[in-house]
Design a protein around this ligand. Structure first.
Ligand code: SAJ
Length: 408
């Protein structure tokens, strides 16, 4: 039986590892975080996704293993973070390279390394191939490299892992097809095998497409605010056209994907990636726009103290516990730059205390504020509208059905 070592047990690596194991593949999951590996050995998972625990039980029944060590295996799947470098916006492939280096210490001739992490187009040929060749190994002979970018959306990961179509990039189509067979053990979607660069570019393009479309909605919100038009009604009506599908404006774009990947294109193609750059700037400006709205509303309502305002929602989107690059964190950073302090924060999904003045109890949070800013449209707040009726409400997600509410 084929043995797979999944490297990096985060949001992508862990569901992929347990999905493969649950479908009969011999899997070892490896992570440098000792605490995390210990937890997994004790059958504790560190983030919540619908269907994940059941799948984990099946993976355990199929003897999935966890370790801090890289293992001897036939296939290595690397799912480590690829942030962008703040200085020039290019991909930071250092985590991937570190993982590749460690795989090379244990692998044997003919093994396959699958890179799931998103990388900018050309990274594998320009960066990973030379890295491997510098160790005297031949790519395509001694070791094979495949790119299999994920497409799953937090909140719906397990279902999307099973159902979404996928892309596999490989320079050798036979190797691409072998990896396709591995993913086909659990993936019911179409799996396209293409070359490495096309797969790299396709992944970045997908997230950039969404970033640009969200930016259009956000720009519309700003235009409509400037001239007192209802952006939601305008989008609703425009979307009745058969070829129009405008997304929803919001307080900004967070998460580890859409707010990151488009920068790779900006970094690699300066002067060409113009609409991409404009979209990034618009989406990054939204927390500041929310801040301006807050100050207008405070003035109108006679609220003098920032300490009387509460931000509802710390996660980057509804009904997940993921706070990476979240618009609320961006807004708090923006307030800090403006020397404003004392604002209260609450999120039912965030149990640890990660920011100042964060509450763990919704009732206490409400008691201490006069104005609530809904930054995340969790189902929790939609179910608790009654409790915020006496507050001044700024709803940046258009989820409120209370009578008097300010919008973006
Ligand atoms: N957002 C809006 N308005 C919208 C839609 C989203 O403001 O109409 C905001 C969200 O609130 C959030 C951010 O944008 O802050 C991104 O959320 P998202 O749900 O659009 O996407 P992610 O980042 O959770 O997941 C994306 C997905 N990519 C696409 O939809 C093209 C997912 O399929 C990818 O697997 C994932 O990125 C990834 O890992 O690359």
């Amino acid at each position: 039986m084929v043995k797979v070592n999944v490297i990096g047990l985060g949001y992508i690596g862990l569901p992929t590892a347990i999905m493969l194991a649950a479908h009969g593949t011999d899997v070892v999951g490896t992570d440098i975080n000792m605490g995390l590996v210990e937890q997994l050995k004790n059958h504790i998972i560190h983030f919540n996704e619908s269907g994940m625990m059941e799948l984990f039980d099946q993976a355990i029944a199929h003897q999935i293993q966890f370790s801090n060590e890289y293992q001897k295996a036939d296939i290595y799947i690397i799912a480590v973070p690829t942030p962008y470098l703040r200085r020039d916006k290019k991909v930071d492939a250092s985590y991937v390279l570190k993982a590749v280096e460690q795989v090379l210490n244990v692998c044997v001739k003919g093994n396959i390394i699958v890179i799931e992490s998103t990388v900018s187009p050309g990274t594998i040929h320009k960066c990973i191939y030379p890295f491997i060749q510098a160790r005297g190994l031949k790519c395509g002979e001694d070791i094979h490299i495949v790119h299999a970018p994920e497409r799953i959306i937090p909140g719906c990961m397990i279902k999307e892992l099973e159902c979404n179509n996928r892309t596999i990039g490989a320079d050798d189509v036979r190797i691409g097809n072998r990896i396709k067979m591995l993913y086909q053990t659990f993936c019911k979607g179409d799996i396209v095998v293409t070359d490495l660069r096309t797969a790299e570019m396709t992944k970045v393009v997908e997230n950039t497409y969404r970033d640009i479309n969200i930016a259009f909605a956000n720009e519309l919100a700003k235009i409509c605010r400037a001239d007192d038009m209802d952006v939601y009604e305008i989008i609703r009506i425009a979307n009745m056209h058969p070829r129009v599908n405008i997304l929803a404006p919001g307080p900004g774009v967070g998460g580890h994907c859409i707010s990151v990947d488009p920068w790779f294109l900006v970094g690699d193609y300066p002067g060409l990636a113009n609409i991409v750059l404009a979209a990034r700037k618009i989406n990054d400006s939204m927390p500041e726009f929310v801040l301006e709205r807050m100050s207008e509303i405070m003035e109108k309502e006679g609220i003098k103290e920032t300490g009387k305002i509460g931000l509802y929602g710390l996660t980057y989107k509804e009904d997940v516990d993921d706070i990476r690059e979240s618009p609320t964190l961006q807004l708090l950073a923006c307030m800090k730059r403006h020397l404003a302090s004392g604002i209260k924060v609450y999120d039912p999904y965030v149990k640890g205390c990660i920011v100042e003045n964060q509450y763990q109890d919704f009732g206490e949070f409400l008691n201490d504020i006069d104005m609530i800013v809904i930054m995340t449209g969790h189902t929790h707040i939609i179910g608790n509208m009654d409790q915020i009726r006496d507050k001044v409400v700024l709803d940046t997600r258009n989820v409120c059905n209370v009578e008097k509410v300010y919008k973006l």
